[in-house]
Design a protein around this ligand. Structure first.
Ligand code: 2M8
Length: 421
């Protein structure tokens, strides 16, 4: 139920956004632009709910895992109820299971969120005990199905899996995907958001070609991981998974899941070693095109995520501190999703420039973990200021802080409540 009382402050307004986007146990990122349940959005949203309704926070993760596949994958979208206004909807994915889902995943933030909720649950371990096996299965899926040769680097097969959809990190690998479809006329996003703030038609044609490729393989996990024409180790997924492995390990140790704890220790050791392959000659980490063996050229906000994974060295942290100071001097608000000095930077176009608050939060966590408290505080202050000036937008123009994308956005409200408000 919506409150009829106007919110008196931003905390109330943020809670109202979450309540309004609540569809009964799951939250839509924004009712018009994204009318379904998204994977990593739900994990961030759970942190927001946890500030005022812990039971509802647990429900968010539980409903997300109702969409989990038999092989462990947690889909990037769960189409829980029919809704207009979004492409590609369930029919475009062609997956016959209930609830209807997409066929790809997203950065695995859920275990980290579950650990936070468990810590707030005052000794009541019932919810985490029932969620733990599902979380573990989802990590096994990444480490086994998406790393079939046990290299320690997991494969993403579609830019949407990264959550940083049209990042310059994917320009080069996407160039090798030959478009076999033209979906421009099917897009619904341009009816909600200005075209200058969204990906191009060319991007949509290429990414929907990947969906067609996977459909032709009947969405078989290992075949998809081995043969799709886009196969990249995303620095974001790799780092977020490593951090989530560590959080899941803590839970496994506390709850007495010994076999699972041992598997997690192996996966962590393997990832830590393999991630060294993602470091560029300038000392900054990048994503790796697994087909060509090339590191991405751009430096994006993902560069900070090895701090969040606690796998960077102190020297890496110093290099990132310098990068942060230099880019903040150019861009205004931090952290621009692409280096603002890079010609590929585009201040309003989605993941090619704008600031995203949930990224800021995980990056600030990483900075604090390396003693860079001043930098972490600056990020938190920038994030709070963006909301105070403009509201709960999906993302923000780093130059002047203008809100972009969809308004009243769930994860931005959740970040306000749980972190920067
Ligand atoms: C955006 O991605 C979706 C596809 O998954 C889209 O553009 O249609 C991204 O920002 C992604 O990270 C986010 O999870 C999703 C919903 O907020 O929107």
């Amino acid at each position: 139920m919506l409150s009829t009382t106007p919110p008196t402050d931003l905390d109330d307004a943020a809670r109202a956004v979450l309540r309004r986007n609540d569809r009964g146990g799951f939250t839509v990122p924004n009712g018009r632009v994204y009318p379904f349940q998204w994977n990593w959005d739900s994990a961030f949203v759970a942190l927001g709910f946890a500030t005022f309704d812990l039971d509802r926070a647990w429900r968010e993760l539980e409903t997300l895992f109702e969409g989990q596949w038999q092989d462990g994958m947690v889909p990037h979208i769960v189409f829980r109820a029919p809704a207009e206004g979004y492409y590609p909807g369930p029919e475009a994915w062609g997956i016959q299971r209930q609830p209807l889902t997409s066929g790809i995943s997203q950065p695995p933030v859920a275990a980290t969120a579950a650990r936070v909720l468990h810590d707030l649950s005052a000794g009541d371990a019932a919810r985490i005990r029932s969620l733990f096996p599902k979380l573990f299965a989802s990590h096994r899926w990444w480490h086994e199905i998406r790393d079939p040769d046990g290299t320690g680097l997991v494969t993403m097969v579609h830019p949407w899996e990264s959550g940083r959809d049209n990042s310059p990190d994917w320009d080069e690998p996407l160039r090798h995907v030959v478009p076999s479809v033209d979906v421009a006329h099917l897009r619904k996003d341009l009816g909600h958001v200005d075209a200058t703030q969204r990906p191009t038609h060319d991007f949509y044609n290429r990414v929907m070609t990947l969906v067609e490729e996977a459909k032709a393989l009947a969405w078989d996990g290992v075949s998809v991981a081995r043969t799709l024409s886009f196969r990249v180790c995303d620095l974001g997924i790799q780092s977020i998974l490593l951090r989530a492995d560590r959080d899941l390990l803590k839970l496994a140790e506390e709850l007495g899941f010994t076999a699972e704890a041992s598997a997690l220790r192996d996966w962590i050791a393997r990832s830590e070693t393999a991630m060294q392959r993602l470091k560029g000659t300038d000392g900054l980490y990048r994503s790796l095109d697994l087909r060509s063996g090339q590191l991405s050229e751009a430096v994006t906000c993902a560069a900070f995520l090895p701090l969040y994974a606690r796998t960077a060295s102190q020297k890496d942290a110093q290099a990132l501190k310098e990068y942060l100071a230099a880019t903040r001097a150019v861009a205004g608000f931090s952290i621009a999703s692409t280096d603002p000095r890079d010609p590929r930077f585009d201040a309003t176009r989605y993941w090619r420039g704008p600031v995203w608050l949930m990224m800021n939060r995980v990056i600030a966590d990483g900075l604090s973990g390396y003693g860079l408290t001043e930098e972490a505080d600056t990020l938190r202050a920038d994030s709070g200021e963006l909301v105070r000036r403009n509201g709960f937008w999906e993302y923000f123009d780093p130059r002047d802080g203008a809100g972009c994308g969809g308004p009243d956005f769930s994860w931005t409200a959740a970040m306000w409540l749980s972190w920067c408000g």
